[in-house]
Ligand binder design. Structure first.
Ligand code: GLC
Ligand code: MG
Length: 615
């Protein structure tokens, strides 16, 4: 297409014409900048919609029934279509797979199950070309017992001798030796394992195949920093740091006090973990890693490399990671502090306000609904609540974190004792394994109705495909007029608007069961967005009067699949009907897509100027 720009400039010689055009161009660019100022004051990660991929379960490219890196690469377009900005991939390092990749035998190699280093490089290159950031899992607390560091440490070969935490044990009167103290592993059982070769116990806060590294050894500290640099050099944008809270243990190894909640000394809940969690040196190590990341950005391209920490600790110890340099610790309040039995008031206070009101100044909030260690949202809450919870997750300020499959509301699958593979469940017996198993939330992604839900050409997959895949799958939800996926897409589109990225937040309880929060720009109340979520299994009619700036009439902008009110319906501020477990996004009828069209037109005009003037 050719634009004849000269038609719109009148009575002017060429140099004057050029000057005018430059003026118009600058004006147009300014207009464009002000529209795209969405991220003006915010760094790329502060508004990201992050998506977690559990690589064994996302997409199998070679038909062995286990997902792999090439499979992920093939499906990156799905993330773009879903409105995702960044992907965090759970571990794909070389591993004996006792804890499915969280037991690493080589921190700078890819496990052949997942592919090759070339596959990794291709994946990163493809992600970059699609505008997606890639975040890796860093597992600093432990290695596999098959790592050469551990093999050398077992044989007391320097410098590896003290790479792990070895203790002599306690000699009993009958000349037997007992573990050095009462510490228990997070997966149950004692946290100490005896090795005849070294005549000593080593510490493991997880399985005995995951010996804890000793961060009081300067070589270990350096090794982990080198590993971070190795992957940064391969183009990644940051790390999700696994199990940060267990990094250091008290150096004097005291017994932990009894919690009084169980009599079983091998149950993790038997003890209060004063000496094995949240030690101050752990925070100091986080600060060193932050320095490394900042230095890396400084000496390369000035693009922030981020660190997000996995922490299951109390609120203050969790938030403290912000102060020590984590870009954010995962906010697990929707996983650990509330569930389907919680009232709306509890959800508001314990899951939303507790985080927002206690964030250190300038900190970026984040919201996590699920991950590979916990039941899926549809099962932990109810399938009817999926959209409402995604509204909360995607429209509150800051980072949203979505576990693969949650965009279509995947559900837990019950896995038989015979099919169970999670070490946390295999540690139990047939009667009790289910409450500890993480397998139900790790079943393959449900793409479509073909073999193994389109996850693999193999009918047999590492965990069984959920039997509901014929009706619950991505392809069906793309075809449907209304679906969880379509709601999710509408939410990620809205999320890109300035009002969601930068707007203030005001959270209110409108009734016993309905929470509503507004997102507003100080400059314009016209753009305000109101998000209503009903936590009860009955319809509620509520008023927005508590929001002083709410306009008298609003329109339903996005509605959950179970909402009686559908998108486009006009509602009055004083009486809004919210169906059972439904979610509604309301706003004034200003059509924001018009802004995008105007801006696109401005951009086209600028390009035309440039072309015609042969800039
Ligand atoms: C983290 C991971 C979990 C793993 C554990 C040990 O909690 O999320 O999957 O089992 O660390 O590495
Ligand atoms: Mg440790």
């Amino acid at each position: 297409m050719t634009f004849r720009i000269s038609n719109i400039t009148i009575g002017c010689n060429r140099s004057c014409e050029l000057g005018k055009m430059r003026g118009v161009l600058v004006f147009a660019l300014l207009a464009l900048t002000s529209w795209s100022s969405v991220n003006a004051n915010l760094d790329w990660w502060q508004t990201m919609a992050l998506y977690q991929i559990y690589p064994r379960s996302f997409k199998d490219s070679d038909g062995d029934g286990i997902g792999d890196l090439a499979g992920i690469e093939n499906k990156l377009q799905h993330l773009v279509d879903t409105g995702i900005d960044a992907v965090w991939i759970s571990p794909f390092y070389e591993s004996p797979m006792v804890d499915f990749g969280y037991d690493i035998s080589n921190f700078t190699a890819i496990d052949p199950i997942f592919g090759t280093m070339d596959d990794f490089d291709n994946l990163v290159a493809m992600a970059k070309s699609l505008g997606l950031k890639v975040i890796m899992d860093l597992v600093p607390n432990h290695s596999s017992d098959e790592h050469e560091w551990f093999i050398n440490s077992l044989a007391s070969i320097d410098p590896y001798t003290d790479y792990y935490i070895w203790m002599n044990g306690t000699e009993l009167e009958n000349e037997t030796i007992a573990p050095p103290n009462n510490w228990v592993s997070g997966f149950g059982g004692y946290a100490w394992t005896w090795r005849v070769e070294r005549q000593a116990y080593y510490l493991h806060q997880y399985t005995e195949e995951q010996p804890d590294l000793n961060y009081r050894n300067e070589y270990v500290v350096q090794e982990m920093k080198d590993i971070m640099e190795f992957w940064l050099d391969r183009g990644i944008d940051g790390f999700r740091v696994d199990s940060i809270m267990t990094l250091f243990e008290d150096a004097t190894f005291p017994d932990e006090p009894l919690s009084g909640t169980t009599d079983d000394p091998t149950d993790y809940d038997y003890l209060l973990h004063y000496y094995t969690l949240d030690q101050i040196e752990t925070y100091e190590m986080v600060a060193q890693w932050r320095e490394l990341l900042d230095d890396y950005a400084f000496k390369t391209d000035n693009v922030t490399r981020i660190m997000m920490t996995e922490v299951y600790s109390n609120l203050s110890m969790t938030l403290l990671y912000y102060d020590y340099g984590a870009h954010f610790p995962f906010n697990f309040r929707f996983i650990r502090s509330v569930d389907s039995s919680s009232t709306a008031q509890e959800v508001k206070e314990l899951a939303i306000d507790a985080w927002l009101d206690n964030l250190p100044g300038n900190a970026t909030a984040d919201w996590v609904l699920g991950n590979h260690d916990n039941s899926r949202v549809a099962s932990r809450y109810t399938p009817e609540q999926v959209d409402a919870l995604n509204m909360i997750n995607l429209l509150l300020p800051g980072v949203s974190v979505t576990y693969y499959g949650e965009e279509i509301g995947m559900e837990d699958e019950s896995i038989s004792w015979e099919d169970t593979v999670d070490p946390q469940a295999c540690n139990q017996d047939e009667d009790s394994y289910e409450s500890n198993s993480r397998d139900p939330a790790r079943t393959p992604m449900q793409w479509d109705t073909t073999t193994s839900a389109g996850f693999s050409t193999n009918e047999s997959t590492w965990l069984p495909v959920n039997s509901n895949y014929l009706t619950l799958n991505l392809a069906a939800q793309i075809d449907a007029d209304v679906s969880h996926y379509k709601v999710f897409q509408d939410l990620t589109t809205l999320r890109k608007e300035t009002v969601i990225q930068e707007g203030t937040v005001n959270v209110q309880l409108l009734s016993d069961n309905v929470i509503c929060f507004s997102r507003e720009l100080e400059s314009s109340s016209e753009d305000a967005v109101f998000v209503l979520t009903n936590f009860a299994n009955n319809t509620e009619t509520v008023s927005l009067d508590v929001f002083e700036n709410a306009p008298d009439s609003l329109v339903v902008y996005i509605a959950s699949v179970n909402s009686t009110l559908t998108a486009g319906t006009a509602v009055s501020r004083s009486s809004v009907e919210v169906s059972a477990y439904a979610g509604l996004v309301l706003r004034t009828s200003t059509d924001s897509s018009a802004n995008v069209l105007i801006s696109t037109a401005t951009l086209t005009l600028c390009m035309a100027f440039l072309v015609s003037l042969q800039f």
